[in-house]
Design a protein around this ligand. Sequence first.
Ligand code: CP3
Length: 346
Amino acid sequence: MLASEKLLLRALRGETLVPPPIWLMRQAGRYLPEYREVRKRTGNFLELCYTPELAVEVTLQPIRRYGFDAAIIFSDILVVPDALGQGVAFHEGKGPVLEALQNAGDVKKLVWQEGKLDPVYDALRSVRRDLPEETALIGFAGAPWTLAAYMIEGGGSKDFAKATHWASAAPESFAELIRLLTESIAHHLIRQIEAGAEALQIFDSWAGKIPASQFERICLEPTRAIVEAVHKKFPDVPILGFPRGVGLSRYESYAEKSGVDGISIDASISPKLAAAKLQPHVCVQGNLDPKALIAGGAAMGAGVAEILQGLGGGPFVFNLGHGVDLKTPPDHVAELVALVREGATG
Ligand code: CP3
């Protein structure tokens, strides 16, 4: 099959497909027993990301089980800070831990280490060879703000107050960090395309924490610069953006101004309104509540029906509003795929 005929790529180019293509953010992970089996055999999580044979295996697991329309390379958004020389560690049950940046001097010490992420590109090349011919391969990166937020806080945070404080109290060094990240992320995405990625997603998981007055400067403009740099080299590789939690009006300016081909939306957005406000600009991806997937049954059925009715009439990719939760019963994922492919509109 020609790459151009893969359903995900057709939808991202603006075609309305019935049924729509489906894949899920975090479709590989601990909710799958076969992932936990591989995970047991590796020390820390980054070792799994940097061992191509294992990264390939866990990337393919959800494809074998569910036949999704796309695979997403198994990696993490925090490999970019790692490649910039900022120590990143994952502690069991605690999430990521980084040596927090303290000041402008720490930003200056960050230097891209070419070669560090070669295992990710090697894994992409192997996955591309092993995928069924109809399955698209997605590469990804975190957006500058979300990465800066983890790098400044030294890990996850409820409100990312240190990061927003730095952005307003020391705008020059903050801009310097965002500039370095913008350049590094664009480079990492281009390398992923060269290794076989056919579409890209930019995760701005904490975009909802950016003060409204700073949204253009901190989210929109750096994202637009990344999209431009990638599209200058690879104009035909579609890019999805996911500025999670920003609300409908900022999703709309992102859809209009960032240059992305598709926008992933969280579960707080009404599918009908998303169709009216976003689909005229770009393909929309989303947005079943991951909790509805945990619940399964009627709750999941109702959510799927509302989404297909609201968004199914335009360019659309079925996904969740955020990643698959650890507590998700694997059988519910199989039921979801069947429902979407049957076109269950209630
Ligand atoms: O299947 C896929 O979607 C591909 C793999 C993928 C992972 N992380 C694997 C992973 C992707 C696309 C990501 C993106 C990512 N990583 C994001 C953006 C999406 C989002 O969730 O908002 C963020 C914020 C991160 C940072 C991160 N990585 C955190 C906060 C954690 C710890 C929390 C947790 O769930 O454990 C991780 C670790 C991580 N990344 C795991 C997986 C499967 C779990 C690690 C393990 O198996 O021990």
